[in-house]
Design a protein around this ligand. Structure first.
Ligand SMILES: Cc1cc2nc3c(=O)[nH]c(=O)nc-3n(C[C@H](O)[C@H](O)[C@H](O)COP(=O)(O)O)c2cc1C
Length: 240
């Protein structure tokens, strides 16, 4: 593919086929992403790549936690407090998600994007059950055969997050170029314990997020192309 086509054709994929990724293709995608730039070439990130059945076990564990967390929210306070401790549902990831509304213009963009996605899926605005079910699919990586979990070294402060973002975008573009699909997933930063069971995680590194990787199937959800801002929205005007 031409580079511009790769850039424009990359979309978040939320439904994958059963087709496995062969080891050499996976290795090539991951190895090429190492070409990414990073601050002072520090490359302050690592990844845990779950394949070959481990992804299924981690996915089941994450899904159980998601449902347990949802159940917690329906409980009266005293029971909720006890269950929060015993159920293992409390997030044990390293970064806390923004709770409630996003600030400023970002909440509007988030809502527009979410509504567009649910519209494609035929899910009504107030159909909480279907929305929860769609959210749940995050935790089994939308059925992708590979799940990647990304970590940064916090000693590198903000540059580590910038560098990881660039690395992830490289990975997504390389995968697109090879006919595969990806979805970056902040949702996969919620619980670390299921990953810890299967990988010897480096002590200082913090879990940031994850990514589903596989071959897209022909589900309509993969056709969703959310609106982007205009260039003018991003440009900071000159002083008059
Ligand atoms: C850091 C990051 C975290 C994301 N987390 C999720 C997620 O948890 N679940 C999900 O379905 N999509 C997630 N996405 C995908 C975004 O929703 C998607 O990139 C955005 O809607 C724009 O769509 P596009 O990727 O098709 O251009 C995430 C994307 C990024 C960059």
């Amino acid at each position: 593919m031409e580079f511009t086509d790769v850039l424009v054709n990359r979309r978040s994929i939320r439904s994958f086929s059963e087709k496995p990724i062969d080891d050499s293709t996976l290795n090539e995608i991951l190895s090429l992403a190492i070409e990414s730039p990073s601050s002072s070439n520090t490359q302050p990130y690592k990844m845990a790549v779950a394949t070959g059945g481990i992804n299924k076990v981690i996915g089941k564990d994450l899904l159980d936690k998601y449902y347990a967390a949802n159940k917690l929210n329906t409980m009266p306070l005293p029971l909720k407090a006890v269950s929060a401790i015993t159920s293992g549902a409390l997030p044990d990831g390293d970064f806390r998600p923004i709770l409630g509304k996003y600030p400023d213009e970002f909440q509007k963009r988030r809502v527009t994007t979410g509504q567009g996605l649910y519209e494609v899926l035929g899910i009504e605005r107030h159909d909480k059950k279907s929305r929860d079910e769609q959210m749940a699919k995050n935790f089994t990586f939308f059925n992708a055969p590979v799940a990647i979990f990304f970590f940064i070294h916090p000693g590198m402060t903000y540059t580590a997050l910038v560098d990881l973002g660039i690395f992830m975008q490289s990975l997504m573009l390389i995968a697109t170029d090879k006919g595969l699909g990806t979805c970056a997933q902040g949702a996969l930063g919620m619980w670390k314990s299921p990953i810890k069971k299967h990988f010897t995680l480096p002590k200082k590194y913090k879990l940031v997020c994850g990514m589903a990787l596989g071959y897209p199937d022909d589900h309509k959800v993969n056709e969703y192309k959310p609106p982007k801002v205009t260039l003018n929205d991003l440009l900071i005007p000159n002083k008059k």
